[in-house]
Design a protein around this ligand. Structure first.
Ligand code: PBG
Length: 327
């Protein structure tokens, strides 16, 4: 063949491939989501094999291990006792609650750790919704008021980043105001900018016992069919003062990550959610796919699409592998 141009020349050896590689992953890209509860035992999570509902002590130890692997940040998700759940979700801003305690324990053991907290009411709300429910409706503005109390409470305890995952309108601006008013202008906001109403969250809701008691989340989380709407949410979050924007889930929404990447200079995060994790875990359990390889490929895809930061339950496994590879 008369073929002067041969793309395969750039793939001919591991060395050449390393030189022309366009995307790289590093442990510094990851945020590890951690579940915790008020109990003294570390409990395996049935709906999420390989994940644990940590006691405070276990949480601090786990965070230390992740940090030692080069993972800079963790995001905390609390399993709240049913007896503390109310229609007003008051436990969400209890200064002596589980999350403030965890933030303090983590920051005093590991001051350099980036502690991020989830801002939403679903773990605390007897209705299992991210917002307050009145007559079956998730009410926006009153919810935002409670979210502000929650964010200030987490900031007072020492959180570095608060991360609203509730999808209420106007919450980023209100959170910024509330944080600044309380002297927390250094606390960042990582907004779940495009969070879709996804069935991939199922195992997570099992882990926290936080599934909605009635209805679904479609009046606040986004319709999976929509792409332009994600840009609209992005423009609002930028204007309202978000420091980092996020797309969630990640794998089935790579086009959204790429679209938002083209529209913003802000750092972008993507959340590889529980269902994505479990699909890889369960398909590899019986050897149908190679867990390590598929895990790394899924993370590379998310990074390549334009995410700077990846929230993933695989963070420790991936960091371990990346550290071995560079040796
Ligand atoms: C709740 C929240 C959810 C997740 C993160 N924060 C669930 C939901 O919106 O129902 C899902 C994470 C995952 O599935 O891994 N505000």
């Amino acid at each position: 063949m008369d073929l002067p141009i041969r793309p395969r020349r750039n793939r001919k050896s591991a060395g050449v491939r390393a030189l022309v590689r366009e995307t790289s992953l590093s442990p510094g890209d990851f945020i590890l989501p951690l579940f915790l509860h008020a109990g003294a035992a570390d409990e395996p999570i049935e709906s999420m094999p390989g994940c644990t509902r940590w006691s405070l002590e276990g949480l601090v130890k786990e965070a230390g291990e992740a940090l030692a692997l080069g993972i800079p940040g963790m995001v905390l998700f609390p399993a709240i006792d049913d007896s503390l759940k109310t229609a007003g979700a008051e436990e969400s801003f209890n200064a002596e609650g589980l999350i403030p305690q965890a933030i303090q324990a983590l920051k005093s053991a590991h001051p350099e750790l980036v502690v991020m907290t989830d801002i939403a009411l679903d773990p605390y709300n007897s209705d299992g919704h991210d917002g307050l429910v009145v007559d079956g409706e998730i009410i926006n503005d009153e919810t935002v008021g409670v979210l502000c109390h929650q964010a200030v409470c987490h900031a007072e305890a020492g959180a570095d980043i608060v991360s609203p995952s509730d999808m209420m309108d106007g919450r980023v601006a209100e959170l910024r105001d509330a944080l600044d008013e309380h002297g927390h202008e250094k606390v960042s906001i990582c907004s779940y900018t495009a969070k879709y109403a996804s069935a991939y969250y199922g195992p997570f809701r099992g882990a926290l016992g936080s599934a909605p008691k009635a209805g679904d989340k479609k009046t606040y989380q986004m319709d999976p069919a929509n792409r332009r709407e994600a840009v609209r949410e992005l423009l609002l979050d930028e204007e309202e003062g978000a420091d980092i924007v996020m797309v969630k889930p990640a794998g089935p929404y790579l086009d959204i990550i790429s679209e938002l990447r083209d529209h913003t200079a802000l750092p972008m995060a993507a959340y590889q959610v529980s269902g994505e994790y479990l699909m890889i875990k369960s398909a590899s359990k019986d050897g149908w796919i190679d867990e390590e390889k598929v895990m790394m490929e899924s993370l590379m895809g998310i990074k390549r699409a334009g995410a700077d930061i990846i929230l993933t339950y695989f963070a420790k496994d991936a960091a371990r592998l990346l550290t071995q590879q560079t040796r």
